[in-house]
Design a protein around this ligand. Sequence first.
Ligand SMILES: [Zn+2]
Ligand SMILES: [Zn+2]
Length: 257
Amino acid sequence: MLANYHSHTPRCNHAEGRERRYVERALEGGLEELGFSDHTPYFFDEPGYYSGFRMRPEQLPDYVGTLLNLREEYGGRIRLHIGLEAEYYPKLFPRLLDYLRQFPLDYLLLGQHALCNETEGIFSTHPTDDERLLDLYRGQTLEALETGLFTYFAHPDLFCFTGDAKVYERHVRAVCRRAKELAIPLEFNLLGFMERKHYPDPAFWRVVGEEGCAVILGSDAHRPQDVWDPKLIARAEALLSGFGIRPVERIALRPIR
Ligand SMILES: [Zn+2]
Ligand SMILES: [Zn+2]
């Protein structure tokens, strides 16, 4: 692994370890690039509502400032990138962008943890056999990719569909085809792989291989030691090669300035 663009910090309330330790772990693994992509803040319309798994808007200056300092300190040893992992919430996204554009952010990853505008309470990881929800996930994530603002699609198979396999395949293929046309890489998520979650889903990755999409490994590190795990990476590469997939080592970032 030469680059990992998916790492978190404790600001999201479910990650641990100082940023510096993530950088040190990346250096141990010989990574040449490390990207931080903590869960973005958001501005919600519902009074009193705030998701517990993301930083608050007022924490963003400290997040960016801390990483700018580390970038300077570690310059010449590793390239540090400052990004965010963001859901695409149609009603709330424009205001978020206005805020984010005030900061020198190198990229956004799409991580669609909830549907609609989150406050409706439809979460991608809740198992369902309802095709309408799968269709909603497909439509919403494709709309996000069409904005051209996302560098890659993190855990694209996060949606937990328990219904008919043929239905699943049809929706997945549509996502893969459009991502390929837009030249947006799909992430094989190493955290889900390590924790044996419902993703990465082999049924998804088989289609990715058939469609010939660009694929990148993402550590999704919520602890410094998870930035680079050579045994896990080897297992992931073996699984992917069975689907004819060879992940790319690096990607071009899309700054949101
Ligand atoms: Zn997380
Ligand atoms: Zn993540």
